[in-house]
Design a protein around this ligand. Structure first.
Ligand code: ASP
Ligand code: MG
Length: 424
């Protein structure tokens, strides 16, 4: 017997037939004798619709209130998950399974006060565990919790993944299965490279990089939580026949296991290629090279909530002037230029240059820690295709390369084959 948390995303619960199908997945695990808790997203498109309602509320003429109350936003957008948790509980009950729905506040899932992007602080798991022991299935509304102000709080878009992993950690589940509309995590985006392969296993650190660098399978925060609490997390498809052979396999179900690197015996040097579109590059030329310049640049950008990514500072030739280049999302470039313009005197630079529409392609793999020449192969492969590199950053387990937007797909395919990821 095992304890399993099963999470179903929006496309998996998009209509009543799919909810019925989800119930069959749950029934399979219950019938096998496992203790099960389920976490659900809203029906696909529902959260967007709810957010739209909040944003499109007509304003009183002459009102200068630019923002809506984030607590009411949460009260509204959290409702999508309330509906699916109730519907799935009914579907399960109709199959003879003892099930009930739980809203975040009923458990409670306690969060901080950051409405719209709250973090889970604590989950009271005891009651769920007790009821699982009696054979009851908890169907938990994802994406929501209870803030310290006693109000509903939501966890940011894609937050049901995080709900699921947090609940798995709280009830000490053996496994957290994230059911979605793809059948696992791939070496790269299969829409760009049809030869992309599904990974059997990927280490937490690698998945964290993949998710942060553009692979949209899981909310980044859920991977962080899984890593911290060592929750073995499976990404698998809800669209397969729930009763197909192997679907109930306890150790090797179909999908990708995100796990501790120790569990990965045959570690490849490179595990995957990720990419993030719509990056912009900003360069400050002839900055004075003195203590405090970086703080003078990045402090005001942080205050303006601009997410800065790759940062490259040149070593100055004469010890007096240097150049600084960094990237921001394309959507933030105007705001960033304004902030830097406002602070020109404090920072002390000559000119600003900027370019939008760039793409960051990243090579990821924990095997890089112990292998030389990984970066050199990437540069050679890109050079052979005539792709110019605009900036490079590296960490222990990744190399990120900034290139012109139109080369994105060619670069992804080139790197994918340079590391032999297209061969099994
Ligand atoms: N329904 C929420 C969203 O669309 C949360 C989730 O699905 O994970 O962002
Ligand atoms: Mg999702």
């Amino acid at each position: 017997m095992a304890r399993i948390v099963m999470k179903f995303g929006g496309t998996s619960v998009a209509d009543l037939d799919r909810i019925h199908n989800v119930a069959r997945h749950v029934k399979r695990e219950v019938d096998a004798g496992h203790e099960v808790a389920v976490v659900v997203s809203a029906m696909s498109g529902k959260t967007n619709e709810l957010v739209g309602w909040v944003q499109n509320m007509p304003k009183v003429a002459g009102s200068n209130a630019p923002f809506y109350d984030a607590r009411e936003y949460d009260a509204i957008v959290a409702s999508g998950e309330q509906v699916t948790s109730g519907l799935l509980a009914i579907a399960l009950q109709s199959m003879g399974i003892n099930a009930r729905s739980w809203q975040g506040w009923q458990i409670p899932i306690r969060t901080d006060n950051a409405h719209g992007a709250a973090r889970i602080l604590d989950i009271e798991g005891a009651e769920i565990i007790r009821r699982m022991g009696e054979g009851q299935v908890a169907v938990v509304a994802g994406f929501q919790g209870l803030g310290p102000d006693n109000r509903l709080a939501t966890l940011g878009r894609g937050g049901s993944d995080t709900s699921a992993v947090a609940i798995a950690a709280a009830v000490k589940a053996d496994r957290c299965d994230i059911y979605t509309d793809v059948d696992g995590v791939y070496t790269t985006d299969p829409r760009i490279e049809p030869k992309a392969r599904r990974l059997k296993k990927i280490a937490f650190e690698e998945m964290l990089e993949m998710a942060s660098l553009g692979a949209k399978v899981l909310q980044v925060r859920s991977v962080e939580l899984a890593m911290v609490h060592k929750v073995r997390t499976f990404v698998r498809s809800s669209f397969e026949d729930p009763d197909a052979p192997g679907m109930g396999d306890l150790l090797n179900p179909p999908g990708t296991l995100i796990c501790d690197e120790e569990e990965i015996v045959e570690q490849e040097v490179v595990t995957g290629i990720a990419y993030a579109k719509d990056e912009a590059q900003i360069s400050l030329r002839r900055l004075s090279d003195r203590p405090g310049v970086s703080a003078a640049i990045f402090g005001p950008l942080a205050e303006a909530h601009i997410n800065v990514d790759m940062i490259v500072q040149n070593i100055s030739e004469d010890g007096s002037k240097t150049d600084m280049t960094f990237t921001v999302p394309s959507g933030d470039v105007d705001k960033a230029l304004r902030v830097l313009g406002d602070n020109k005197d404090k920072i002390g630079y000559d000119v600003i240059q900027s370019e939008a529409g760039l793409v960051k392609v990243s090579v990821i793999g924990i095997g890089m820690r112990s292998h030389a020449g990984v970066a050199a192969s990437a540069f050679r492969a890109l050079a052979d295709k005539g792709i110019n590199i605009k900036a490079i950053t590296t960490s222990e387990i990744k190399i990120s390369i900034l290139i012109d937007g139109p080369y994105a797909e060619l670069a992804v395919r080139t790197l994918h084959s340079a590391y032999g990821l297209d061969k099994s």
